[in-house]
Design a protein around this ligand. Sequence first.
Ligand code: IPD
Ligand code: CA
Ligand code: CA
Length: 263
Amino acid sequence: MPVTDLKLLIAAAQAAGDVARQYTGPSAKVWDKPEGAGPVTEADLAVNRVLEDTLRAARPNYGWLSEESEDDGARLTRERVFIVDPIDGTRSFIEGSKTWAHSIALVEQGKVVAGVIYLPMRDKLYAAARGMGATLNSTPLKVGASNRLNGASMLAAKPNFDGKHWRAGEHPGLVRSFRPSLAYRMALVAEGRFDAMMTLRGAWEWDIAAGALILTEAGAAISDRDGESLVFNNQAPKLPGVLAANPVLHGELRETLKPGAVI
Ligand code: IPD
Ligand code: CA
Ligand code: CA
């Protein structure tokens, strides 16, 4: 039942925030993960522990996929799976910035049915349950109404704007901004603060699962970089990019990008 599960996700996100706030990024222990997977801190692991304890104790039959847990593949046999990024925006956390988020989703047979993105230092809690809309701190969310790419605000990393990705050899007059958490970039589009977001790079499921539902429930269209629907809990939990905007802008974005554009 999505509403009950969403309440659980919200409670877990708040518990995660309480733990994360006990650390200050610049003084937390930090080390590099193997294979160039980037930095991780003791706070990422502490948040992962509280999320796993809270969520798995409440729903022992659900599977588990987290950026900071070893993946033994057991989730592939479960009907429902938690997909979690304990801290999205770890580099920002380490720098002492407030722009990082807990990203928590529940997936049922490949579809996200509940999702929460919580920025504890900014007091912003985005939440959605399938078919029941999306909210920010309990206020309903709606994606922006802009229908022209020229002048549209786009959250994306700089390499996405390289001319080689666009049919016309240049991007169509988009105005680029960036925030250091991919989950937050998705939430900001759901909120209508930006018109669109995109990443042509492969995206880990834990970065985008919660955001995908929050966007859809706010009225956005979302796909991978080739326009395909996002399906979660894959054996290799990485999807080929993300494009999201209102349905008109999303359609235009797809037509304007070169097929097969990838960073
Ligand atoms: C990263 C952030 C960043 C995005 C990277 C992610 P992490 O996640 O979301 O904004 O551009 O692709 O890996 O490592 O901070 O959890
Ligand atoms: Ca992440
Ligand atoms: Ca992370």
